[in-house]
Design a protein around this ligand. Structure first.
Ligand SMILES: Nc1ncnc2c1ncn2[C@@H]1O[C@H](COP(=O)(O)OP(=O)(O)OP(=O)(O)O)[C@@H](O)[C@H]1O
Ligand SMILES: [Mg+2]
Length: 341
C-alpha cells in the first residue's frame, strides 16, 4: 500500500438540480485500501459513489484516479466497478454467462475468456454453480456472482453500495469475510457503503463518517469507535450518554453539573453505557428499564439530568425496576468531543 493517493475526490460538489447533495468533499484514498462510507440515510453515500463511477455529472471539483483526472471521463472508460444493493443479475443468463458478459463486451473470446470466468467463479467459491440461473441461487450466492462479475473486469476501484443489505444476518457475516478475503487477495482498492457501523468497523481499513453531504470524521475503525470527535459520530457509534460541556461543567436540563475529577476542556463528553459507574458515585437515579443481553445487563436510569444508560456485567446482582441507585459519569473515561451537534 503506497501512501500517495490513488483515488482522490477533491472539493467535490454534487447536486440534483439545485439541491446540493454532497458539498466540497475532499477524500484521498490509497491504492489497495478498503474504505467504508458510513452515515445515515440521505447523507450522500450513493451520490458520492455514482460520481466516482461516472453515473452522475460533477457540479464542481475533481475525481482523480491513478494519476489521471477522470472527472469528465464517461463511466464505461473509467475502470471503476460497481456492485449495487440490488445487484441485478441477468435472470435469463447462467452464472457463467453473467460473469462472462462484461468481458465479452470488451471483445474477449475463447480460452482467455473461459480462464478468466472460471477463476472469477473460483475466487468467490462458485465454480460448481456455473450452469445455474440466478433464480436457482440463494441471495448470498447471487451476491457473490455480482462480486465475481465486477472483479473479472479488473477494475482499478471497486465500489460496493450496501452490497450486503439484502442478506440475512448469518450470510452477511459470511459475505463480510468473503469480501475482505477477495479484497486482500486481489489488492483491489475498494469503497464500501454501509449504514451499519458494525459492518464498517469489521471490514474497513479506514472509515469515512458522512452527515448531510459532508465528511464528519475520517479515521481507523479504532479511532471512530473509541475517539469520535463530534457528538454526531459518538451517537452513531453507540455512545448513548452525551452532554455538552460549558465552563468545565456538564450542561444538563437541570443546569451545569460538576463532574468528578479535573474540569474537562472539551466541547462535550460522551460515555458508552459500560463507562458509567453504577452503584457508587455522586449522582442518583431511578431504574426505569432493564434489559438482559447475555453477558451484560443494561439499565435505563431516570436522573435529574435526563435519561442515562448504564451497562454492567450480568454476573453482578440485578437491580429491580424502581430501585434508587447512585452512579457516576467519570470524566476520565469519557470520549472528549471537539464538536457538539
Ligand atoms: N435522483 C435524485 N433526485 C433528487 N434528489 C436525490 C436523488 N437521489 C438522491 N437525492 C437526494 O440526495 C441526498 C443524498 O442521497 P443519497 O442517495 O446519496 O443518500 P445515501 O447516503 O445513499 O442514503 P441511503 O443510506 O438511504 O441509501 C438525499 O437528500 C436524497 O434525497
Ligand atoms: Mg444509498
Amino acid at each position: 500500500m503506497s501512501d500517495a493517493p490513488y483515488l482522490s475526490l477533491e472539493k467535490l460538489t454534487l447536486a440534483y438540480g439545485d439541491t446540493v447533495a454532497v458539498a466540497n468533499l475532499d477524500l484521498p484514498i490509497r491504492k489497495g485500501e478498503l474504505v467504508a462510507l458510513l452515515g445515515p440515510s440521505g447523507c450522500g453515500k450513493t451520490t458520492t459513489m455514482r460520481a466516482i463511477a461516472g453515473l452522475l455529472p460533477v457540479k464542481s471539483g475533481h475525481v482523480r484516479l491513478d494519476g489521471a483526472d477522470i472527472t469528465r471521463v464517461p463511466a464505461n472508460k473509467r475502470a471503476v466497478g460497481l456492485v449495487f444493493q440490488s445487484y441485478a443479475l441477468f435472470p435469463h443468463l447462467s452464472v457463467y454467462e453473467n460473469v462472462a458478459f462484461g468481458l465479452k463486451l470488451k471483445g474477449m473470446r475463447g480460452t482467455g475468456l473461459d480462464a478468466k470466468v472460471r477463476s472469477g467463479l473460483t475466487s468467490v467459491g462458485l465454480s460448481s454453480f456455473a450452469n445455474r440461473k440466478p433464480a436457482e441461487l440463494s441471495g448470498g450466492q447471487q451476491q457473490r456472482v455480482a462480486l465475481a462479475r465486477s472483479m473479472v473486469m479488473e477494475p482499478k476501484v471497486l465500489l460496493l453500495d450496501e452490497p450486503l443489505s439484502n442478506l440475512d444476518a448469518r450470510l452477511r457475516l459470511e459475505m463480510r469475510t468473503e469480501l475482505q478475503r477477495v479484497q486482500k487477495e486481489t489488492g483491489v482498492t475498494m469503497i464500501f457503503v454501509t449504514h451499519d457501523q458494525a459492518e464498517a468497523l469489521a471490514l474497513a481499513d479506514r472509515i469515512v463518517v458522512m452527515k448531510n453531504g459532508k465528511i464528519e470524521q475520517i479515521g481507523s475503525p479504532e479511532d471512530i469507535y473509541n475517539r469520535p470527535t463530534s457528538s454526531f459520530v459518538a451517537d452513531f457509534v453507540g455512545f448513548e450518554n452525551i452532554f455538552p460541556i460549558e465552563q468545565g461543567k456538564m450542561k444538563t436540563s437541570s443546569g451545569l453539573i460538576d463532574l468528578s475529577g479535573p474540569a474537562p476542556s472539551a466541547a462535550g463528553l460522551a460515555w458508552r453505557p459500560r463507562m458509567v459507574t453504577l452503584g457508587s458515585g455522586p449522582f442518583r437515579g431511578t431504574v426505569r428499564g432493564t434489559s438482559f443481553a447475555g453477558d451484560s445487563r443494561e439499565y435505563l436510569l431516570d436522573t435529574p439530568f435526563g435519561p442515562i444508560k448504564a451497562e454492567v456485567e450480568a454476573s453482578q446482582p440485578a437491580h429491580a425496576l424502581g430501585s434508587d441507585l447512585s452512579f457516576d459519569l467519570p470524566a476520565e473515561k469519557a470520549a472528549p468531543l471537539s464538536r457538539f451537534a
